[in-house]
Each structure stands twice: as structure tokens, then as C-alpha cells.
Design a protein around this ligand. Structure first.
Ligand SMILES: [Zn+2]
Ligand SMILES: [Zn+2]
Length: 319
């Protein structure tokens, strides 16, 4: 008899159903986790609304996963044991390209991903494919760690990837445009790294209330008007060493270039719509003011380990 489990199955745009589906079994090299928590990413929402080329219905999405090792397939010699809690690295590299050789799996030319190409965490059980197990994507966490907090390790790892480029220094002034979960995480990381002033801008007052609640920065409401001007005013007219864009529209990217001071660093953390990614860019500003503009996409395993350490240290004001 086939054992069944509950899963949220994506059948197409706007169509997700809770269904009984076969419970996965661990084949050679594979590991099955009992899912404890799987948080909802902005990307999951985007898949629900627009679909995604790597998510072929019927599919189970969800990649911000924490689970308990439930079944270990033959030939897995990663030191995992059943009953151990773990988070799961999303990206699975091809293992052959130059980026995989450098362990930069997120930049692999033909990477696959859990919650996209493979079934994700919106289910009772998750099968981690053999390539992901071999790559080290099952990252044990202490069973004493709250699973709610652990479910945020994946998005936090992405923020840490971005912050790595920004090289924050004690005393830096930072502004984050976008007060969603990853905006707040950026603010918390920059605070922990010693930035002296952190501003978090958003058009929605409801979002800004979280900035106050978590005490990670000074909220700036940019609704109705010139956002860059409002942010500069809030910062006493002084520009910023670090600017991070955490919302998927172009205008904050343009604003970032107006807000950054000489030798400042900008992270375009959020992507923008793929059919409309071009912004005007004064390259002389970059040249004369020695500005650096960085991108970042997803994360790598070292960022998961850093994120886990941050959660363990209680460095973030989660609740
Ligand atoms: Zn995510
Ligand atoms: Zn590769």
C-alpha cells in the first residue's frame, strides 16, 4: 500500500490545493526529512501569481525549510542521524562548471533548486535529492533551536550573502529601501555589524511598524512624493555609506545612486521584473565618487552556516 502525506500542490497560476500525495521514500544517496516548518518566500507568492519556468505543475514549492531527518538512504555517509533537525540548502549545483568547482553553486550555469525543480517543503515530508545530500545541503541544527527561527535561516543566508559584499564598518550609516522580512533582516545584520545609524524606508506604514517593533532602525515613510528626498531629509541631509534595495521595483535602484556617499556601497538585493530591468546610470558618479554597486542572488552553504550561528547567538530580534 502506498503511504500518503498532505502537501500543498501547485497546479498552475492561482491554483494551489491541499492534497494527499505519495509520501517520499529515500532511495540510494537520498534523505527524507519530516518537515517541521517551511516559511513562505516572496518567490513562492510570485510563483503562485505568475508561475515560474522551473516549477512544472503539479509541483510542491517551498524552500525555506526546517525538518527532522526521518529516513536515510543507502550510501549516505554524511554523519546524519535520524531525529536530527536540519535546514536545507536550496541550490543544487551541477558539480562540473567553474562556479561549482569554486563552491559558488548559486552561480552555477545549470543549477537546480529544491522547491522549484525538486519538490519543496510545503508538505509533511521532503525528499532531499542525492546530488543535494552529496553537496552538503542538509545542514544540521541543534534540536534545541526553535524551528520557527530556524525556518528563517534560508532568507537570512541570502541577506548575509549580500552583506558580505557591502563590508559594513562600525560607524557606517546605512539605508535599506523596503521594510519586508529581508529588509528587516538586513537592518538587523547591519546593526549587529556596528553600523551607527540605520534607516529603513517603505511606503507602507504597516510595514514600518515592524521596524519600530524590532528596534532595528529608524523608519522612514516614503509614500506620496520623492522617496530619495524624504530619506535624505530623515538622515539630516547626509548621504549613506551603505544602501540596500529590498523591493522588486526599479525606482529604489535609481534612488540608491542618489543616496550613496563617496566610497559608498550599494546592494541591489532584490531583482526587478525581467522584462524591464534597465535604469539610467551616471557612470561618472561611480567613477569620481568611487561607488561600488553589487548584486547578489540566493546564497551558498557558508552563508547558511553563518545564518545558523547568528540565530544561535540570538543576534536578531525575531519575535
Ligand atoms: Zn526565499
Ligand atoms: Zn555548476
Amino acid at each position: 500500500m502506498i503511504e500518503l502525506m498532505k502537501a500543498a500542490v501547485f497546479h498552475g497560476v492561482g491554483d494551489v490545493r491541499i492534497e494527499d500525495v505519495p509520501k517520499p521514500k529515500a532511495g540510494p544517496g537520498e534523505v527524507v526529512l519530516r518537515v517541521q516548518r517551511c516559511s513562505v518566500c516572496g518567490t513562492d507568492k510570485r510563483i503562485f501569481i505568475h508561475g515560474q519556468k522551473n516549477v512544472v505543475p503539479p509541483a510542491i514549492t517551498g524552500h525555506e525549510i526546517v525538518g527532522t531527518v526521518y529516513e536515510i538512504g543507502s550510501g549516505v555517509n554524511s554523519g546524519l542521524r535520524t531525529g536530527q533537525n536540519a535546514v536545507v540548502g536550496t541550490v543544487v549545483g551541477c558539480g562540473k562548471c567553474i562556479y561549482c568547482k569554486r563552491k559558488q553553486y548559486n552561480l552555477c550555469d545549470s543549477f537546480t533548486a529544491i522547491g522549484y525543480d525538486y519538490a519543496g517543503g510545503f508538505a509533511n515530508y521532503l525528499k532531499v535529492p542525492a546530488a543535494a545530500v552529496a553537496q552538503g545541503n542538509i545542514i544540521p541544527i541543534p534540536n534545541s533551536m526553535s524551528v520557527e527561527r530556524a525556518a528563517l535561516i534560508e532568507p537570512l543566508s541570502c541577506c548575509l550573502n549580500g552583506v558580505e559584499y557591502l563590508n559594513p564598518q562600525p560607524g557606517d550609516r546605512a539605508v535599506i529601501i523596503g521594510a519586508g522580512p529581508v529588509g528587516l533582516m538586513h537592518a538587523a545584520i547591519l546593526k549587529a555589524r556596528g553600523c551607527s545609524e540605520i534607516f529603513v524606508a517603505n511606503r507602507s506604514q504597516a510595514r514600518l511598524e515592524y521596524v519600530k517593533e524590532f528596534g532595528v532602525g529608524t523608519p522612514v515613510n516614503t509614500s506620496g512624493g520623492d522617496a530619495a528626498k524624504k530619506i535624505l531629509e530623515a538622515g539630516g541631509g547626509e548621504k549613506f555609506d551603505i544602501v540596500v534595495t529590498c523591493c522588486s521595483v526599479k525606482s529604489p535602484q535609481e534612488d540608491a545612486l542618489k543616496l550613496v556617499r563617496k566610497k559608498g556601497r550599494i546592494s541591489f538585493f532584490a531583482g526587478v521584473p525581467k522584462d524591464d530591468p534597465i535604469i539610467p546610470l551616471d557612470t561618472n558618479l561611480i567613477h569620481y565618487s568611487e561607488i561600488s554597486v553589487f548584486g547578489c542572488f540566493a546564497s551558498n552553504l557558508q552563508h547558511y552556516h553563518q545564518a545558523q550561528a547568528m540565530v544561535s547567538r540570538d543576534d536578531l530580534p525575531w519575535e
